[in-house]
Design a protein around this ligand. Structure first.
Ligand code: KG4
Ligand code: ZN
Length: 338
C-alpha cells in the first residue's frame, strides 16, 4: 500500500510517500524543509512566522514528493497527517492541506499523534525485532514522557516532566550560554570539549518514587552558575555544557531503569529530537545492554521531526483504527497520547 504523510506540527514542513508491506517500508519520497534559519534570529520558534513558512512550503514540497516518487495522488491509498499535539497554526497548515487532498480523490485519512510518530520512528529499521510490551522514552522540544506500550495503539503514560521538556531545557540553557537556536546540538558539540564532572548540577526528582521528572531547576542552576562568575572562558562554558548534559542523562537513565524494573519489560525505545544526542545514546546503549535490555534508538535524522515516522505510524494505526473521512479530522494542539 502507498501512504502519503505530512508533518507540520512545529518548525519543519515535511512530506513522505512510502510503499509499505509486511512491516517493511520502501521510501519513495522523503522531503523536509527546515525553518531553523528563519527562527534563528529570534532565538526560538515564532508560531506565526512558522505557520506562514509552512503555507509557502507545503505545495512545492508535495509537488517535489509526487514527482520524486513517480506517483500520482490517485495512487495513494491513505493520507497520514500529524494533527496534534503542536502549534495550532502550524498544525492547521498540514492538516487542512491533507484534508483537501483527501477530499479531491476520496482518500481515507489517518490522523496521527506526533508523539506516536516519534515512537514509530524506531520501526523503520527494527520493526521485526521490537517486542511488546516495551517502554519508550520520548524526549523532544515539547515533551518528556515515559510511555508503556502494550500493543499497537495501547499506551500508558507512566511518567512525564512536571515543567520543562528536556529539549526545552537544552535550548534555554544554550541561550544562557550564548549559543544559537536550536541549542540541543550546540550544547552537545560544546560538551565534547568539557569536563562532565566539573560542576555538580542538581538532579531534581531523581530519587522520587514515581516516574515524573523536572528540568526547569536545572536551567536556573545554569543561570546561577554563569552569574557566579565575572568572566567566563570557552573551557568553562564547555564544562557547564558537559555537566548540564550529564545531569540530564543521569536523571533520564535512572528513571528509565526504574520503569524497566517495575514494568518488567525487555525492550526499551528512545525517540524525539533529544535522542539524537550522542552522550545520551552512548550512555543508554552501554547501561541498558549491561542489563540485557534490547535498546532501540532511531537513526539521527529520524530522531528529530520528520514525516517518515508519521507514514510508519499510519501503517501501524491501520491495525487498530478505521481510517476516517476528511471532515472527521481536526487539528488538536493538546492531543495527549493517552
Ligand atoms: O522532536 P523534535 O525535533 O521536535 C519536537 O517535537 O519538539 O525535538 C526538537 C528538540 C529541540 O529542543 C532540540 O534542541 C533537541 O530536540 N535536539 C537535541 C539534539 N538534537 C536536537 N538535544 C540534544 N542533543 C542533540 N544532539
Ligand atoms: Zn517532535
Amino acid at each position: 500500500m502507498k501512504i502519503l504523510s505530512i508533518e507540520s506540527s512545529c518548525d519543519d514542513t515535511a512530506v513522505s510517500i512510502i510503499e509499505a508491506k509486511n512491516n517493511k517500508f520502501n521510501i519513495l519520497a522523503n522531503i523536509i524543509s527546515s525553518q531553523i534559519d528563519i527562527h534563528k534570529k529570534y532565538g526560538g520558534v515564532v508560531p506565526e512566522v512558522a505557520a506562514r513558512a509552512h503555507v509557502e512550503n507545503i505545495i512545492p514540497l508535495l509537488d517535489q514528493g509526487f514527482s520524486k516518487a513517480k506517483t500520482k495522488l490517485d495512487q495513494i491509498d491513505y493520507i497520514a497527517v500529524t494533527s496534534g499535539p503542536g502549534l495550532i497554526s502550524s498544525l492547521l497548515v498540514g492538516t487542512e492541506t491533507a484534508k483537501a487532498l483527501s477530499f479531491t480523490k476520496n482518500i481515507p485519512m489517518l490522523p496521527i499523534n506526533h508523539l506516536e510518530g516519534h515512537i514509530y520512528a524506531n520501526y523503520f529499521k527494527n520493526a521485526a525485532k521490537i517486542k511488546f510490551p516495551y517502554i519508550c522514552l520520548i524526549v523532544s522540544g515539547g515533551h518528556t514522557e515515559l510511555v508503556l506500550v502494550k500493543d499497537h495503539g495501547q499506551y500508558k503514560l507512566i511518567g512525564q516532566t512536571r515543567d520543562d521538556a528536556v529539549g526545552e531545557a537544552f535550548d534555554k540553557s544554550a541561550k544562557l550560554l550564548g549559543l544559537p537556536y536550536p541549542g540541543g546540538p550546540q550544547i552537545s558539540k560544546l560538551a565534547e570539549q568539557g569536563d562532565e564532572n566539573a560542576i555538580n548540577f542538581p538532579k531534581p526528582m531523581i530519587n522520587s518514587k514515581n516516574f515524573d521528572m523536572s528540568f526547569s531547576g536545572l536551567k536556573t542552576a545554569v543561570l546561577y552558575e554563569l552569574q557566579s562568575r565575572k568572566k567566563i572562558t570557552k573551557k568553562q562554558k564547555a564544562d557547564i555544557a558537559a555537566s548540564f548534559q550529564k545531569a540530564v542523562v543521569d536523571v533520564l537513565l535512572v528513571k528509565s531503569q526504574k520503569a524497566i524494573t517495575k514494568y518488567k519489560v525487555k525492550d526499551f525505545l528512545i525517540s524525539g529530537g533529544v535522542s539524537a544526542n550522542s552522550e545520551l545514546r552512548k550512555t543508554f546503549v552501554h547501561k541498558l545492554s549491561q542489563q540485557n535490555i534490547n535498546i532501540y534508538i532511531p537513526e539521527i535524522n529520524l530522531c528529530t521531526d520528520n514525516s517518515l515516522m508519521i507514514a510508519i505510524a499510519g501503517y501501524y494505526k491501520l491495525k487498530y483504527f478505521k481510517p476516517v473521512k476528511y471532515y472527521q479530522v481536526n487539528a488538536d494542539p493538546n492531543w495527549e497520547i493517552v
